[in-house]
Every structure is written in C-alpha cells, then in structure tokens.
Design a protein around this ligand. Structure first.
Ligand code: NAP
Length: 278
C-alpha cells in the first residue's frame, strides 16, 4: 500500500530561500510515523489573504510563517497568543478547538537553551532592534532577569523596543561597558556572506562570567562566539534557538516532542556537514 500523507503543513515566506524547516518537520513526521507532509510555499506579499483562505479551505493543520508575512497573518487568524501579541509577529499557525491561532515560537525557542543553564546571569544586553531582538526581550522578561538592556545601531529603534517592553536602553557606543551578563546578538553580524568577519561587540568585551548568545547559526562558530569563548565566556549558538522554536511548533501541531539529540544532529549535518545526520 503506498504511503499517502493526509495531514498538510508548510512554510510561507517570500522569497523563501533555503529553509531547514521542511527537513526537520518532515523528519519528525517520519520519526513518529505520522501521515504528515511539510511543504515550502513561496507566497507573495499581496497573496496572504488568499493563502489564509486556502488554510481554512484545505484544512492545512500547521504553518510556519516567515518574512515578510509575520505581521500580516495576524489579521486573518481567530486568536493571537499573548506572546505573539507582545512580539508583534506570528511565526506559527495552529488550530485549537476549531479556531485558527497565531503564536510566536521564537520566544520559546530563545528561552529553551537558557532554561537548561543552571546559573544564568541576572542581567542581559540585547544587541539589535528587529524582530529577533523583540522575541529575545520577550523571552528574557519571561525568565525574570533583574535588568534587561537594549542597544541598536539606530538608536530610535532600540528606544521604541525598550519602551514597548518596559526595559532599559544604552547607547550603541557604550554597549561594551554593559556586557558583563548575558549578551545576545540579534543582528546579522557574523552571518555567512558579507557579514561573516564581523562581530556586534568589540573584541574582549564579553569575557569570564558572561554568556554570549548568538542568534546567528551559520557559521556554527561566529566571530562573536569565538571571541567570547577565547575571553572565558560561556556560549550558546542560534541553532539551539532554531531547534527550540521548531520543537514548539511541532508540539503545537502534534502534541509530540521532537527528540533533541537526533534533531540537532540532523540540522548540524545539513548546515555544517557534521556526522551523518542520523
Ligand atoms: P531585522 O529585523 O532585519 O533586524 C536586524 C537588526 O540588526 C537591526 O536592528 C539592524 O540595525 C541590525 N543591523 C543590521 N546590520 C547591522 C550592522 N552592519 N551593524 C549594526 N547593526 C546592524 O532582523 P531579525 O529578523 O531581527 O534577525 C536578526 C538576526 O537574527 C538574523 O541574523 C537572523 O538570521 C537571526 N535570527 C535567528 C533566529 C534563530 O532561530 N536562531 C530566529 C530569528 C532571527 P538597524 O536598526 O540600525 O538597521
């Protein structure tokens, strides 16, 4: 008897580019023997309303939402979770009791590796002022850190974000002076390509006692993480956040927990050619 997937999931964005989500979620369906398939749907900005009709007409069970649709889909769901409302963006569509809901699993994904750390610093500096920074600050507030500070190249954006979340703000030029706790890179600095040789923090500014958390996950070790580790800081990679947000999506869609060891190995094999991805 041929395998006929009957449960439809997928990702929308434009341009979609290369996404790891189809690999991970399709692997998850196979792992649990679920009849699900996860597609990649490049949907142009003007077609979001049509796509959301398709979700309801076709009974699409779950959707990952990426740039540029994270705010636009909010107008077409029945409910937006508190987390997604706080961040101002939805990255996941799921159904509850016949209602189509929008969630932001980047917050849970960001927090996941930090919950596993026994002695987290009490203070944090988030570098950046875009969507990833908003998810990070929402997560840090959930963790209850005593002091959360923002900084961004364009000060006005950091000030708006700080006001929205009721956190502090420091000038870009003075950020190195506030880097003694958890320091989060929520900029594309360090990412493969034109930014690869760059770090959001001056060399040596994040050292012993600090935790450097880079949301960039390709390459595996960014300049920011390499500098911080050399200066004695603990490090967390953005792949942990990516995996964590996908785990939360899969849980919302299926009630099941993607296995961490095998899932991370699959992602590392796809991204960095490590191991055999088993
Ligand atoms: P975004 O909305 O475009 O924001 C980018 C931020 O980076 C802006 O605040 C921008 O500052 C700053 N920036 C860009 N180039 C800079 C430079 N040369 N010098 C200083 N600051 C610079 O992007 P985003 O969606 O927040 O994503 C940020 C990063 O997080 C990306 O690398 C993305 O891949 C990563 N991310 C990772 C995950 C994960 O699961 N690990 C999830 C989401 C995002 P200005 O305001 O001055 O322009």
């Amino acid at each position: 008897m041929p395998f006929l997937p009957s449960r439809l999931f997928g990702i929308i964005g434009h341009p979609l580019g290369h996404s790891l989500s189809p690999l991970l979620h399709n692997w998850g369906f196979g792992h649990f023997g679920l009849p699900g398939v996860y597609m990649a749907w490049p949907v142009a900005a003007g077609r979001v309303a049509d796509f959301m009709t398709a979700v309801r007409v076709l009974g699409i069970e779950g959707v990952s939402v990426t740039i540029p649709h994270k705010a636009a889909v909010m107008a077409f769901v029945d409910e937006v979770t508190d987390r997604a409302r706080a961040v101002g963006a939805v990255n996941t569509l799921f159904w509850r009791g016949g209602r189509l809901c929008g969630e932001n699993t980047d917050v849970a994904g960001f927090v996941a590796p930090l919950r596993g750390m026994g002695d987290l610093p009490g203070t944090a500096l988030v570098v950046g002022g875009g969507g990833a920074a908003r998810a990070a600050v929402a997560g840090l507030k959930e963790l209850g850190l005593t002091e959360i500070l923002m900084t961004n190249r364009t000060a006005a954006k950091a000030e708006t974000l700080a006001r929205d979340f009721g956190v502090g703000c420091v000038a870009w030029e003075t950020r190195a002076e506030r880097a003694g706790g958890l320091v989060v890179n929520a900029t594309p600095l360090g990412m493969l390509g034109k930014n690869e040789g760059l770090s959001p923090m001056p060399t040596g500014s994040v050292g012993a006692g600090a935790v450097a958390y880079d949301l960039v996950y390709n390459p595996h070790e960014t300049v920011f993480l390499r500098d911080a580790a050399a200066a004695g800081a603990r490090t967390v990679t953005g792949l942990e956040m990516f995996f964590g947000q996908a785990v939360e999506q899969f849980r919302l869609w299926t009630g099941l927990e993607l296995p961490r060891q095998e899932g991370m190995a699959l992602l590392r094999a796809a991204l960095y050619g490590e191991g055999d991805g088993a």
